[in-house]
Structure formats: C-alpha cells, structure tokens
Design a protein around this ligand. Structure first.
Ligand code: IPD
Length: 300
C-alpha cells in the first residue's frame, strides 16, 4: 500500500519531540545522581547510557503501536553487535520498509553536557530514506523532511537557509565536519587522521586550505548542519545506518548529496545503497567537476 508520508512525518516529528523531552529529563536526572554510569560497548569510547536504552524502548513501542507492519532497527537493540568496518545486513534486507533510529546520537556529548545531542528517526522504504527527523532537545532545533516535500528547520524555515543553496565551489572556502568516531586503533585512526590533514591543507590538493574543520560529535547533526548550510561538507568513516538514515532524507531534500562508500566522484555517481556502507561524505550541492581538490576528497 502507498505510504502517507505527510502523516508519517507528523507522527515522527511528535515522536522526536517526546523523545527529546525524555533526553532532557534524563540528563538532568543523571547530573543530579552520584551513581549514573555509562556502559561501554565495543571499547571505552563507544558508550551507552540507561537513557539511550529507555528512549529507544519508547520509540520502538510507539512505532510498533502505530505501524505494526513496519520493521524496526535501533542502535541499542541491533543484534549484530560487533562494530566492524564491514557492511551490515541493515540496509540489505529485502523487507519493504524499515524504521532506522538512533535514540541518542551524540551519546558522548550527552554524558558530558556538550549540547550537540539529537534523537534521529528515519524511515527507509526499499533501502531509500523517505522520512527523516533529527531533534536536538538542548538547542530546540528540529530538522525534518519527507521525500519530495522539502526539508525544514523548526517546521518553518526551509532548508537550506537562504543563500547557502549553491553548490560548493572549492574546498578553499569550505567549513568541513570530520569525526574521530569510536574506532581509534590502527589502521583506522592513521587513515582518518591522514584524511583530516588532507582536508585541512594539503599539497595533494593544490595547497588549498579549507576555512576550518569541526566535529559536532553527532553524525546526525553534522548532516543536518550541512543540509541547513552551516557546514559545507561532512566526512566520516564508521557510521551506521541509524546514524545517517534521517540525515540523508533531510540533506537530499535540502539539495545536498550524500556519497556512500562506493561513491565515485568523477562520474558524479552516488552509491545507490547508502544504508549499507560505513563511509560517508555529505556535501551541500554537487561539486563542479572543474575543482580537482573537491573531487579528490570525494574519492577518498
Ligand atoms: C556516534 C556519533 C559520532 C560519530 C559516530 C556515531 P552515537 O553515534 O554520531 O559523532 O562519530 O560514528 O556512531 O554513538 O553517539 O550514537
């Protein structure tokens, strides 16, 4: 049956706002308590709190009640717990629809009280994101989109924000987000650092320096900020489908492009199966083929 994207979007926005309230209250409670500890998942920097789990349980319950036929995959209940660089079955499933959610994206920020924290809820149909909502309850910023219906900040401001919709002309003028992620042993870390260096300034890119590098500590917020125009580009290796599903929908509706792990820039080709990869490059607009530096970064 045809999905009613307008009503799904409305449902998802309300769900994200309610989840956001839980996140805000959960943080206050944690900060007031002597004994609130986070758990470690794959390593000492891959963290989860009781609030992540409670928010995910809440989101799952609501989705199951409202859309009982939909599949649900959440970060904290994902069965293939091993975080490796291999693609997972998440985006490869042949199920007609999936809800991909990250209850708290930016868990490390949440633990530290750094305000870049979001709940990220996306619906993918046939492996393609069609609804995405990202809500930062600490800054009260709500990014939302449904396929073909545009992307918005706080429901009213159409993305990208005026004047930021043009394709990126050159890395030389770019503000670029990068993330260390939780994979920090060799060979992952040196390879990430090499790319950070290349993005910052590199003779390989004709001596171009970007304006600066940023790390928001939340994949969802990095992508949403590229969609809104505050960042020009975001590069990361190590994301999962739940980190990017909602963001891809918002970014694409704002006229941006997400390149996946197989994305070949020179042809302008975008990986058709964006939810199976672990390596992402989000850009506002499509880079003109004349800028060698931008193209080379896309290829990495
Ligand atoms: C992580 C954050 C982080 C990014 C990682 C994500 P989490 O999600 O988005 O910025 O570097 O790739 O897994 O663990 O906070 O849900």
């Amino acid at each position: 049956a045809q999905l009613d994207l307008d009503s799904i979007l409305e449902f998802t926005i309300n769900l994200a706002l309610e989840a956001g309230e839980m996140i805000r209250a959960g943080q206050q409670k944690r900060f007031a308590s002597e004994s609130s500890n986070e758990d470690e998942k794959v390593n000492s920097v891959d963290l989860v709190t009781e609030v992540d789990k409670a928010v995910e349980a809440f989101i799952t319950k609501k989705i199951k009640e409202t859309y009982p036929d939909h599949q649900f995959i959440g970060e904290e209940t994902f069965k293939g717990e091993k975080v490796t660089d291999e693609p997972t079955w998440i985006g490869k499933s042949h199920q007609p629809s999936k809800c991909l959610t990250n209850p708290i994206d930016g868990t490390t920020n949440f633990i530290h009280g750094f305000p870049c924290v979001a709940t990220s809820i996306g619906l993918a149909v046939g492996g393609k994101p069609v609804v995405g909502v990202i809500y930062n309850p600490f800054l009260d910023q709500l990014y939302s989109a449904a396929k073909g219906k545009g992307a918005y900040l706080n429901r009213k401001t159409k993305l990208p924000i005026t004047g930021k919709g043009k394709p990126l002309q050159s890395l030389g003028h770019a503000l670029i987000a990068i993330e260390y992620g939780s994979s920090r042993s060799a060979p992952a870390l040196p390879s990430k650092v090499k790319t950070f260096q290349t993005l910052a300034a590199s003779p390989e890119l004709g001596g171009k320096m970007c304006h600066s590098l940023r790390s928001m500590g939340s994949a969802a917020l990095n992508i949403a900020t590229v969609a809104s125009g505050g960042l020009d580009m975001y590069w990361e290796v190590g994301c999962w489908a739940w980190d990017v599903c909602a963001g891809i929908c918002i970014l694409e509706e704002a006229g941006g492009v997400m390149f996946g792990s197989k994305g070949s820039s020179l042809s302008g080709e975008v990986d058709s199966d964006l939810l199976t990869g672990r390596k992402y490059l989000a850009m506002r607009g499509i880079a003109p083929t004349s800028d060698e530096s931008t193209l080379q970064v896309q290829q990495r």
